[in-house]
Ligand binder design. Structure first.
Ligand code: PMP
Length: 403
């Protein structure tokens, strides 16, 4: 496919696949006329995709000397049983496909949660489960709602599926009004609730959640941080008459089980609903090594709970110290704290910490602040004690000169 003398390329329908490739390499095309021409071509991409920015994950710096407190990873290593299971799986049958249903993992999870293994669907991280749920439940045009501020990915998933999004406003104590809840309940196909919520760390009660269960849809309880509260849910809401047949819970091994690098999550729902969700997953969505590691991880509850206790103790220590530097700390039931500084200069504080090679997450949510203004702040992952000591050592520097 070459341009004519006027620099214009004529493209037939058949050459669209080729055109995509050409556009990807267009930066390396030497001829300026051809480059301009390529840059003006419209890509064969759905409008819903070309019009969105897409989700931007937290920074993953490649150097190792940085104190990384920005993406809610667990500072402690996974269970030694996980390492052993990975070794065994790696020397086993990698030449054959994995178990498409992750049967061993589902049985182990069913023991922990005291539920039927058919309630569980394994996925490549809970982000994949969230995608599967949207694909399974929502036709284009059906409403997806979520309390705001929360996990930004919910909006991206809705946009990809061509679904409108409604942000559920919450007050200073994170409560939604009866009137709004009732309206959402009647109109929404899916309601996502991160519980505990990210970035604010608060946790809504079952009574509050029940008010958001859609009449003709699903409540998705995203419990990515669900092992950190003092009294975690163990799937009991599935038997609560207010939620029956209308609830999917998602869990991840990225946080409490220290396996963010592995990619493994699972959902819990009625077996009939899980069977429908299974139809919209990739055939082999979890690999043999991940299934083996996740099975060993969930079987070693003592390891996970010991790390969880250390993180909770460090979180309390961090929360107690932050006010000394002018920060207001929101009560957290997760492995991070959400904080706002008296100066309001959160982005500057984030940058000054970054200068010192300490990475926290600066986040802003337009429209979520008082009177519909900006709501912004800093989310700090609870790292190991020495990481939090490093942060505390640099906070004077970070906040000095910004007020
Ligand atoms: N839900 C929430 C609220 C999260 O913060 C995250 C982590 N970014 C996820 C889901 C995704 O978890 P996973 O690593 O299992 O995809």
């Amino acid at each position: 496919m070459l341009p004519g003398s006027d620099g214009v390329i004529t493209v037939s329908q058949d050459s669209i696949g080729f055109m995509c490739c050409s556009l990807i390499v267009s930066d390396s095309v030497a001829d300026p006329a051809l480059r301009i021409c390529l840059s003006r071509m419209s890509l064969p991409v759905r409008k819903a995709i070309s019009e969105i920015v897409g989700y931007t994950p937290g920074e993953q710096p490649q150097d190792t000397d940085c104190t990384k407190l920005n993406t809610n990873e667990n500072p402690y290593p996974p269970s030694p049983m996980v390492v052993e299971a990975i070794r065994e799986a790696a020397t086993g049958s990698l030449n054959v496909y994995p178990d498409a249903l992750a049967t061993g993992f589902r049985r182990a999870a069913a023991d922990v949660f005291r539920l039927d293994p058919n309630c569980f669907l394994a996925a490549n991280g809970s982000d994949e489960n969230l995608t599967i749920i949207v694909r399974t439940a929502c036709d284009a045009g059906q409403l997806i709602a979520y309390p705001y501020p929360s996990y930004v990915l919910y909006e991206t998933l809705a946009e990809i599926q061509d679904c409108p999004v409604e942000r559920i406003p919450v007050d200073a104590s994170f409560a939604w009004s009866d009137e709004v809840a009732e309206s959402i309940r009647r109109r929404a196909r899916l309601v996502f609730v991160s519980n505990p919520n990210s970035p604010t760390g608060n946790r809504w009660t079952p009574d509050e959640l029940a008010r958001l269960v859609p009449e003709d849809g699903l409540l998705v309880l995203d419990e990515a941080y669900g092992d950190f509260p003092d009294q975690p849910h163990r799937g009991e809401l599935l038997h609560d008459s207010r939620f029956v047949g209308r609830l999917v819970i998602t869990r991840t091994l990225s946080k409490s089980y220290s396996l963010a690098g592995l990619r493994f999550g699972f959902s819990i729902a009625q077996p009939e609903l899980t069977a429908e969700m299974r139809k919209s997953k990739d055939s082999y969505n979890c690999d043999t090594i991940a299934i083996a590691a996740a099975t060993a991880a969930i079987q070693d509850q003592n390891w996970m709970l010991a790390n969880r206790s250390k993180i909770v103790a460090t979180r309390m220590r961090l929360a107690a110290r932050l006010p000394d530097f002018g920060f207001n700390v929101y009560p957290s039931e997760a492995n991070f704290v959400w904080t706002q500084h008296a100066s309001g200069r959160h982005e500057s504080i984030y940058r000054r910490l970054k200068e010192k090679r300490i990475l926290v997450r600066y986040m802003k949510f337009p429209g979520a602040g008082p009177d519909g203004g900006m709501f912004d702040g800093i989310r700090i992952t609870v790292g190991a004690d020495d990481q939090i000591d490093r942060l505390l050592d640099e906070l004077n520097f970070a906040v000095s000169g910004v007020s």
